[in-house]
Design a binder for this molecule. Structure first.
Ligand code: ZN
Ligand code: ZN
Length: 219
């Protein structure tokens, strides 16, 4: 479907490798663990990745689940020349207007985000694309129509956000100093942190998460 689930701050995800990633699985495990740490830090310890169920070479998950239908994440190999994509309410709707409008896309069949082979090192991309898919956030480097040109990268360091692309070491979601002229503002009408709190109202309580570590399971 994402067949992935959210429960009490923990996102468990299904990851399908489109290539033979045998030699890189340990690096990918580390990458997802670091992305989980960034999510944990950006949400003051209230969100993390939980079980990452991975299937190599497009094989089915265990118990048997169709990766094309059920994966939350599809990872392409080094020969792939396309770019990263993330299913979001508007982009899903563009693909198939008959699908119900749903934001976030987590938990909906045939909806997923994609990553590239190098993203096992560029873990910021894991969190950025996940944030579209599971948190319902839009890009802040794009304008209202979805093209490059939205306001972002405010000079004030404290305003930088994971949904901008200016600085890959940013590990926070914008809050008060949210920049206005961009797709996130146009679609969600508020900052990224306010959007997350709206979609996951259980965040209001104290954090129950003690660590950011993931559980990596090969399907
Ligand atoms: Zn993006
Ligand atoms: Zn933001």
């Amino acid at each position: 479907m994402g067949k992935g689930v959210y429960e009490k701050g923990v996102f468990s995800l299904y990851v399908s490798f489109d290539y033979d990633a045998t030699k890189y699985l340990e690096e990918w495990k580390n990458g997802f663990n670091l992305a989980s740490r960034s999510l944990f830090e950006a949400t003051s310890g209230k969100m993390k990745f939980g079980t990452i169920m991975a299937a190599n070479r497009g094989r089915s998950f265990t118990p048997k689940v169709d990766p094309k239908k059920e994966a939350d994440v599809v990872i392409y190999g080094p020969k792939y020349t396309g770019s990263r994509l993330s299913c979001l309410a508007s982009s899903c709707y563009n693909v198939s207007p008959t699908w119900p409008y749903q934001n976030p896309c987590l938990g909906w069949a045939y909806r997923y985000f994609t990553l590239l082979h190098e993203d096992r090192w560029l873990v910021w991309y894991i969190l950025h694309e996940f944030s579209h898919y599971a948190l319902g956030l839009y890009d802040e480097y794009k304008n209202q129509l979805g093209y490059p040109g939205g306001t972002c990268c405010n000079d004030n360091d404290s305003s930088k956000c994971i949904m901008e692309v200016c600085d890959s070491i940013v590990t926070q979601y914008c809050d008060q100093e949210h920049t206005q002229d961009n797709q996130q503002e146009f679609m969600n009408h508020k900052s990224c942190w306010a959007t997350i709190q709206e979609k996951y109202s259980d965040l209001a309580g104290p954090s129950a998460l003690s660590d950011y570590n993931i559980t990596w399971v090969m399907g």
